[in-house]
Design a protein around this ligand. Structure first.
Ligand code: AMP
Length: 509
């Protein structure tokens, strides 16, 4: 019989062997053991089955971070279905699109959202809307509690889908990245070994779990290691500092580290057990890297990846140097090249688009073969859209983005989507949205609008209020400026670089 490539089957073996060892510990000191986690996943899996979810069906979850939410994820894998997590900040208008695209069998949402979603799904094939609140309680958890804990882990091949994760779309629409059991298994095993996971490791988990960083990278490595996971519903500085002394591993976005460094009482004492502090999802300033080392004696380990490919490169854990401002070397088994517009590898040091190939690279965009074809080379390399250089020894540095992406507080925002919403408001002629340096969020979003000739545009507060009905909070411009014209080049394209330069001081001091 071929081996079951279901990633949960691998985890389940490890977790069963761990028995009563602690899996999750919440801020109030409550502990869930690995044995109990297996049981809870079993009950959630039975609940999904009772709702009619079959292998290959999508389970959509727009749920706050909780252990029940983790069980829902693992249960989805266990029954061979496809987990489709959504950012909790998305509005009902945005979710409507995801439902029509992903056509989930079941949707789990917060109790406050239930009525809105039920209206949306009337015309769709969704079987059931279930609820799960921020503390994990809701109709789904109630249903799971009535189920038995045992049940088969469905056999999957490495090529079968495990998750459907939406990325921001350049055309304003998100694309669903199809991620297979083979993708997550290979990446989890490689990172577990590369970052030196060992018995006794304790992870401090403060990332969201609707994104690959918190859901896959942090959870998978630690569950494979059957580590104790100190579980925070979200990053909160004082609580993070309280728990940090017990952690050997943390994974964060650059904002975590800048906030820690802004706190005068943060230092070596909180990091006494820490062996690994990972940063990723957005560029870490070399200055933050150096300040952290000066304060704690530890070097942050920066790595680079994306939804479509999991982790791609990492600075070394052992041997070699962690060079500030670089993202390190391609991970074992992962091939990277820096290529020109035709996909030909460039010489060391030249700037081009980073392309990647390997078992970590996703299967393609959901129901979008044209886009998939566009982003893959004929020899199998995926074009990330990130501009990078590679040194002679293979060390990579990300220098910018070929696509027009803004990363604010770790979230990706494509200006085009916001511009579309702005242009539809009365009184606004044109708009351009750019990211400018922001001390806390890395980049802060600003919009520049022009009035419809002869009309007065709405004021800044009204514009932001209108957008907030349509767009998630993290996508809202923090400032809106009015200009007579937008700067354009000879081809009529808006020169966003000029706007970025003009407004780059917006969030300074
Ligand atoms: P996501 O799919 O949300 O994980 O976003 C992936 C994008 O985040 C990448 O394509 C990069 O543009 C950016 N990114 C991730 N890690 C890093 C890093 N260490 N340095 C610079 N950019 C990064």
């Amino acid at each position: 019989m071929p081996m079951n490539a279901n990633f949960y089957a691998l985890l389940e073996d490890k977790m069963r062997a761990a028995g009563d060892a602690p899996a999750f510990e919440t801020s109030d000191g409550q502990i869930l053991s690995y044995a109990k986690l297996i049981e809870d996943v079993g009950r959630s899996a039975a609940a999904l089955r009772s709702l009619g979810v079959a292998p290959g069906d999508r389970v959509m979850a727009q749920v706050e971070k909780s252990i029940a939410n983790v069980c829902l994820y693992l249960a989805t894998l266990k029954i061979g279905a496809v987990f489709n997590p959504l950012n909790t900040a998305y509005t009902a208008a945005e979710i409507e699109y995801f439902i029509s695209d992903a056509t989930p069998k079941v949707i789990v949402v917060s109790p406050e959202r239930q009525a809105e979603i039920e209206t949306i799904i009337r015309a769709s094939k969704v079987r059931a809307v279930q609820t799960m609140g921020s503390n994990g309680a809701g109709t789904f958890t109630d249903l799971a509690a009535t189920q038995g804990p045992a049940g088969e882990t469905v056999s999957r091949s490495a090529d079968d889908l495990a998750a459907l994760i939406y990325t921001s779309g350049t055309t304003g629409r998100s694309k669903g990245a199809m991620i297979t059991h083979g993708n997550i298994t290979s990446n989890a095993q490689v990172l577990h070994a590369y970052w030196g996971f060992r018995p006794g490791d304790v992870l401090l988990h403060a990332l969201p779990i609707f994104h690959v960083h918190g859901l896959f990278i942090a959870l998978h490595t630690s569950l494979l290691n059957t580590s104790r996971i100190l579980w925070m519903p979200k990053f909160e500085l004082a609580e993070f500092m309280r728990l940090l002394p017990r952690a050997t591993v943390v994974m964060g976005v650059p904002t975590f580290y800048t906030r820690l460094l802004a706190e005068p009482s943060f230092g070596i004492d909180q990091c006494r057990n820490l062996r690994l502090a990972i940063s990723g999802s957005a560029p870490l300033l070399a200055e933050t890297h150096r300040d952290f080392t000066a304060r704690t004696g530890l070097e942050i380990l920066e790595r680079y990846g994306m939804t479509e490919a999991g982790m791609i490169t990492s600075n070394p854990y052992k041997g070699g140097t962690r060079e500030p401002g670089t993202v390190g070397y391609p991970l074992p088994g992962v091939s990277v090249r820096i290529a020109d517009a035709e996909g030909h590898a460039l010489a060391a040091g030249e700037v081009g688009v980073l392309e990647v190939k390997g078992p970590n690279v996703f299967k393609g965009y959901w129901r979008n073969p044209e886009k998939t074809k566009e982003e893959f080379r004929t020899d199998g390399y995926f074009t990330t859209g990130d501009l990078a250089t590679m040194a002679k020894d293979g060390r990579c540095t990300i220098v910018g983005r070929a696509k027009d992406l803004i990363i604010t507080g770790g979230f990706n925002v494509y200006p085009k989507e916001i511009e579309g919403e702005l242009n539809s408001l009365p009184g606004i002629g044109e708009s351009a949205v750019v990211g400018v340096p922001h001390p806390d969020f890395g980049e802060g979003i600003i919009a520049v609008i022009t009035p419809v000739p002869g009309q007065t545009p709405p004021n800044e507060a009204d514009i932001i209020a209108s957008l907030s009905k349509r767009l998630a909070k993290f996508k809202l411009p923090k400032r809106v400026f009015v200009a007579k014209d937008l700067p354009r080049n000879a081809m009529g394209k808006v020169q966003k670089n000029n706007l970025t330069a003009q407004y780059r001081e917006t969030f300074k001091g």
